[in-house]
Design a protein around this ligand. Structure first.
Ligand SMILES: [Zn+2]
Length: 259
């Protein structure tokens, strides 16, 4: 049996039997890779407890025969991000990003820019200098660029006026047509998502900057709230999915606001 080595970030881990896990990794060179980790549930010594969500690991696998999944033989940690796992809020954000990535990626394709984005986001979340809320705005904006979702934020899709020339301070977002509508052309009753001109400016700014510059932005509270509401509606809508992890995330956020 031939073996191969790679490194990857753990995206998803599911129980396969009383003893085994099926694990999906996001690897740099092979894209999405699902493997079976035999006896990983029983013997924690075997993989020394590192097969945890978002761990960045070096892997050695043997190729599966026929259609069978490769078997994970060895795993060692490159980075395990304790600052994410110890914090329920951070775990919720990272879980949401991982679910979006897992749902969007197809097997057998490499996604190097997305891999580097995800790794960078996990490192930032682990460091804790930027809040999970703001990192999630950055992640979703950059994820949309990489995955080609391209919502139109530069002009009103009805009257074609560029946003910087629109006088009103409020915009709506048309989910079906993937673009913004100015206050004159739209109304609250027709479109459920609205945001202010200030929020729109901040979103556009980070869309056009590279990540290290974009991550220096200081979002206003209003932009954070409006940006998250817009992105957490648009991104799942565009992917045609209702991420379970998003529901959990929103519940946790709501709970924190009531503390
Ligand atoms: Zn208009």
């Amino acid at each position: 049996m031939s073996s191969f080595s790679t490194s990857g970030i753990l995206l998803r881990r599911i129980d396969f039997s009383d003893f085994d896990f099926i694990i999906t990794f996001f690897t740099l060179n092979m894209g999405k890779l699902s493997v079976i980790a035999k006896n990983a549930k029983k013997s924690t010594k075997r993989f020394s407890g590192i097969l945890e969500p978002f761990s960045f690991l070096d892997l050695v696998c043997t190729s599966g025969r026929g259609n069978r999944l490769p078997v994970l033989k060895e795993a060692s940690s490159k980075q395990i991000f304790p600052g994410i796992r110890k914090n329920i809020n951070n775990t919720a954000y990272a879980s949401y990003w991982a679910e979006l990535i897992n749902k969007w990626m197809e097997d057998g394709q490499k996604y190097k820019p997305l891999f580097y984005l995800f790794l960078h986001m996990l490192k930032e979340l682990d460091r804790g200098y930027i809040s999970g809320e703001n990192l999630s705005i950055l992640f979703q904006i950059k994820f949309m660029v990489i995955s080609g979702m391209h919502p139109n934020l530069t002009y009103c899709i009805t009257c074609k006026t560029r946003t910087e020339h629109v006088k009103s301070s409020m915009f709506f977002f048309d989910l079906d047509n993937g673009g913004i509508v100015c206050e004159k052309c739209g109304s609250d009753s027709k479109y459920h998502i609205s945001f202010s001109k200030g929020t729109l400016k901040q979103l556009l700014w980070i869309q056009n900057k590279n990540f290290s510059i974009a991550s220096k932005i200081k979002f206003t509270d209003k932009a954070t709230k409006e940006g998250l509401r817009f992105l957490e509606t648009f991104v799942p809508y565009h992917l045609g999915t209702e991420p379970k992890s998003l529901k959990v995330l929103q519940q946790i956020r709501k709970g924190r606001q009531h503390v």
